[in-house]
Ligand binder design. Structure first.
Ligand SMILES: NC(=O)c1ccc[n+]([C@@H]2O[C@H](COP(=O)([O-])OP(=O)(O)OC[C@H]3O[C@@H](n4cnc5c(N)ncnc54)[C@H](OP(=O)(O)O)[C@@H]3O)[C@@H](O)[C@H]2O)c1
Length: 333
């Protein structure tokens, strides 16, 4: 099976590459190799690449910068995934696209299911929700090309790309995943992603705890940390082009505030013999974060009931995942 990982140098993308190398025929495009803000480049680059599954782990993820760079946010997080989905459909490949708990407004006080209505409160969330819709809309397009041919798109505007009259039939690339039908694309929403390939909240807190006697973190915002390693391990169950499509939530099990998350990280450091000056984490309020430009949902726990029902295996708890991460990547530092 041929995989293409887009955003292969990001926190999640790099973990996917590490997990799949040696197990699958995997190619990665990092940001310089494929800039998703260049829609013509996407068509050109993917048109010349052979794959069965594309995993899009690239995104404009700076939540505050999205507020001031709205056009770029929508280009990268919304338009580009739609184009990826169409190209995959035309090639008979499946797209697995990552999205976020920030598509929700945070007003609920029970885990958000895939059926809950998304109502983003930031440009980042809006752009990611638009990306989800573009991906899922593209999969519903009927494929009408003959077996043994693939569709390519001449470079042009998004509107010309949408026009079926702008498609050309060409002989298929040898070995291409061209089966004459559109695969069901999958949108995987994840939350509070952490892992060894790029520092995130947990690494920032450990660093601060190593440098300071006192640290604090927000105590009134709730979601669930998700370990990139766990995402990478579970995802192959969904590589089958005829398998599950639509929206799927995945996170480690349970819920916590940032204060609890950081506190557990320090407990795990102590357990693993990783020295820190600070031993506990004081509470901060979301309202104290005056420097933040974008609004963030207060509560964005994702329900993984659908995932557990589909796979028969619920994700491990966030506490286990964090403990594992610190044991593996901090105790040797
Ligand atoms: N991080 C979280 O807590 C979190 C939470 C919920 C959902 N998610 C979702 O999970 C997915 C993976 O996120 P992550 O944590 O791995 O984020 P990340 O570390 O920021 O990775 C995103 C990658 O996308 C690349 N990228 C940015 N703009 C691009 C562009 N125009 N063209 C091509 N590549 C571009 C980045 O490259 P550069 O760094 O070079 O710009 C980076 O390698 C994303 O869909 C994100 O929305 C993340």
């Amino acid at each position: 099976m041929k995989l293409l990982v887009i955003g292969s140098a990001g926190r999640l993308g790099a973990a996917l590459m590490r997990e799949y190398q040696g197990k699958f025929d995997v190619t990665g495009f990092n940001h310089p190799q494929l800039d998703l803000s260049n829609l013509d480049k996407i068509r050109e680059k993917l048109g010349g690449t052979d794959f069965d599954v594309v995993i899009n782990a690239a995104a404009f993820t700076n939540v505050d910068r999205c507020e001031t760079e709205r056009d770029l946010a929508f280009l990268v997080n919304a338009e580009a995934p739609g184009i990826l989905a169409k190209i995959c459909g035309d090639k008979g490949a499946k797209l697995i696209h990552f999205s976020t708990d920030y598509v929700f407004d945070g007003e609920k006080r029970a885990p958000y299911t895939e059926e809950d209505e998304a109502n983003p409160i930031s440009i980042y969330g809006e752009s990611k929700l638009a990306g989800e819709k573009n991906v899922l809309a593209a999969q519903n397009r009927p494929a009408s090309r003959p077996e043994g041919s693939r569709l390519i798109q001449p470079a042009g505007s998004l509107s010309s790309f949408n026009s079926s009259s702008s498609t050309l039939d060409v002989p298929s690339v040898e070995g291409a995943a061209c089966r004459g039908q559109v695969r069901r694309h999958l949108v995987v929403r994840v939350s509070w992603v952490f892992g060894p390939d790029r520092p995130s909240f947990i690494d920032g807190m450990i660093k601060r705890a190593q440098e300071n006697e006192k640290i604090d973190a927000i105590a009134d915002k709730f979601s669930t940390p998700t370990y990139t390693h766990d995402i990478a391990r579970m995802l192959p169950q969904f590589f089958d082009g005829d398998g599950e499509g639509g929206i799927l939530h995945f996170a480690n099990a349970g819920k916590c505030s940032w204060q609890e998350y950081a506190h557990w990280a320090l407990d795990c450091c102590r357990e693993s013999g990783v020295p820190t000056k600070a031993k506990t984490v004081g509470p901060l309020k979301l309202n104290d974060m005056k420097d933040w430009v974008a609004r963030r949902p207060v509560y964005s726990v994702l329900s993984t009931a659908k995932y557990a029902q589909l796979t028969g295996t619920p994700p491990r708890t966030w506490r286990e995942a964090v403990a594992d991460y610190i044991r593996r990547f901090y105790s040797k530092k």
